[in-house]
Design a protein around this ligand. Structure first.
Ligand code: SAH
Length: 216
């Protein structure tokens, strides 16, 4: 079911009041129906600014955090973007509205399959879903103009930093998985990196390796 006009207004109001101001990001978020990424008992809360449970013990991020991360990544229309942590695919769908191409990697195969089905149904032809461990990036597709990591690492993963183009931006939550983490914006300047702390966040952990079929 599509959102009512009132739900859309409240959704956009929540984004703006939490600091999502970029017009292109707001337009992308108005266009992509979050209701298509939330299933079952939580589907009636899809337009609230809250994270919600999805399959495999994971979560769909809070919309305002998706918006702030997308805004911080300064996505342009020619960019090649890597996302680590597809989950339901909501963040990747937003990125696909703004970038030329998006690769998104997920370690739980049932999630990557479901996300792929959603992208097909939405006719998002510029997104490629890969089942695997995204903490090593995608060396064959590198370098990337932008990298968005949606699971928390203790430090920005080295292989991802190495796959960032000069001048490129990576947005990544950093910190211990069971504590509050910091959302960090990393900008590559030649061989160096500049780090900016944006805000505190709470994400599921970045876990190495591919999940077993039993779900861990
Ligand atoms: N981007 C999602 C948020 C998903 S939650 C959204 O739009 O809402 C984070 C996801 O990262 C989970 O699905 C988890 O399984 C995945 N993940 C954790 N570690 C990973 C890794 N090493 N490689 C790929 N995916 C990983």
């Amino acid at each position: 079911m599509s959102p009512t006009p009132e739900q859309v207004m409240q959704f956009l109001y929540a984004l703006r009041s939490r600091g999502v101001r970029d017009r292109a990001v707001l337009t992308a978020m108005e266009k992509v129906d979050r209701g298509l990424f939330v299933e079952g008992v939580f589907s009636d809360r899809a337009y609230e600014d809250v994270p919600l449970p999805i399959a495999c013990g994971q979560t769909i991020s809070q919309p305002s955090i998706v918006g702030l991360m997308t805004q911080a990544a300064e996505i342009g229309p020619r960019h090649h973007v890597l996302e680590v942590g597809t989950g339901a695919g909501y963040q990747a769908a937003i990125l696909s509205q703004l970038a030329r191409r998006v690769w998104t990697v997920e370690r739980h195969r049932p999630l990557s399959r479901a996300a792929e089905r959603r992208f097909k149904a939405l006719d998002l032809t510029n997104v490629t879903v890969i089942s695997g461990d995204g903490s090593f990036g995608l060396p064959d597709q590198a370098p990337f103009d932008r990298i968005v990591v949606t699971a928390a690492a203790e430090d920005p993963p080295g292989p991802l930093l190495a796959q960032l183009r000069d001048g490129g931006i990576m947005v990544v939550p950093v910190g211990q998985s069971d504590a509050v983490q910091s959302l960090i914006k990393v900008t590559r300047t030649g061989d160096g990196f500049e780090y900016e702390e944006l805000r505190s966040v709470r994400f599921v952990p970045l876990v190495e390796g591919v999940a077993s079929e039993s779900g861990t």
